[in-house]
Write a protein that binds this ligand. Structure first.
Ligand code: PRT
Ligand code: MG
Length: 212
């Protein structure tokens, strides 16, 4: 195994993370768009990328399947931080975790809200803070569809431009958290592999401050 494995999801995090790794002298050895390899060597002999589902990144890093990972704060909050350290905000893939629903929704109304989401832990915590009762409907995608077919009253989802909500007659109702992607590191690896990890973190940190 390469000295350092970095778990990344394809899609927006991959696209926005690559320039930062490139600035740190690390690039995928082949074109990630065309490759089906799940272990992707890099131009740096000691570093390889592991391609995993976005929601699986914290799990891989927590259990030592990868030394590091890049993951949205939304996914991280939902997973919990056991066995992980979160040393760096990459300031990419920014969005907001929101409660959303129909424009005329009155969130102060006392009722048992049916909430569709792929973030049940975040949703439970947020609604409990506001002393609102909820029933969670767990979904894995296309949350915006759920209220339209009567599956729920509200959704909890990440929102960027808000265009998807708008196109479906919904709107953001309440902000839960500002989201960006974070570097997470396996807590044990940070001790056993400290030198290469802190070198990489310093380089990434420099790339982030240059890009913002
Ligand atoms: O698909 P999979 O379940 O494997 O994972 P994923 O959908 O979480 O991966 P991906 O690549 O879509 O998102 C990775 C991370 O990007 C998320 O965990 C967030 O931290 C971050 N991010 C930033 C976003 C968005 N912006 C975003 N807009 N993730 C999802 N969206 C969705 C949004 O929910 C909506 O459905 O994109 C759609 C368009 O958004 P609007 O508001 O611009 O219309
Ligand atoms: Mg997706």
């Amino acid at each position: 195994m390469a000295a350092l494995s970095i778990a990344l999801s394809k899609g927006r995090i991959f696209d926005e993370t690559l320039p930062l790794f490139a600035a740190a002298g690390i690039e995928p050895a082949e074109n990630p768009q065309n490759s089906r390899k799940l272990i992707m060597p890099s131009t740096h002999p000691d570093v390889q990328f592991l391609i995993v589902r976005a929601s699986d990144v914290p799990t891989y890093v927590q259990h030592g399947g990868a030394h590091l990972g890049v993951v949205g704060k939304d996914v991280l909050m939902e997973h919990g931080g056991d066995g992980l350290v979160e040393p760096l905000d990459l300031n990419i893939a920014r969005c907001k975790l929101m409660v959303a629903g129909y424009p005329d929704t009155n969130l102060d109304q006392r009722k048992r809200w049916r909430v569709a989401t792929k973030f049940p832990n975040c949703a439970r915590q947020h609604f409990a803070k506001h002393a609102r009762q909820i029933e969670i409907i767990k979904l894995y995608g296309s949350m915006e569809l759920a209220p339209l077919v009567g599956l729920c009253d509200l959704i909890v989802d990440v929102v960027d431009s808000g265009a998807t909500l708008k196109a479906n007659g919904l709107e953001p109702l309440e902000l839960m958290a500002h989201i960006s992607s974070r570097v997470v590191v396996n807590r044990a690896a940070l001790k056993t592999n400290n030198q290469p990890i802190s070198d990489l973190l310093h380089q990434l940190e420099a790339a982030v401050s240059k890009s913002t």
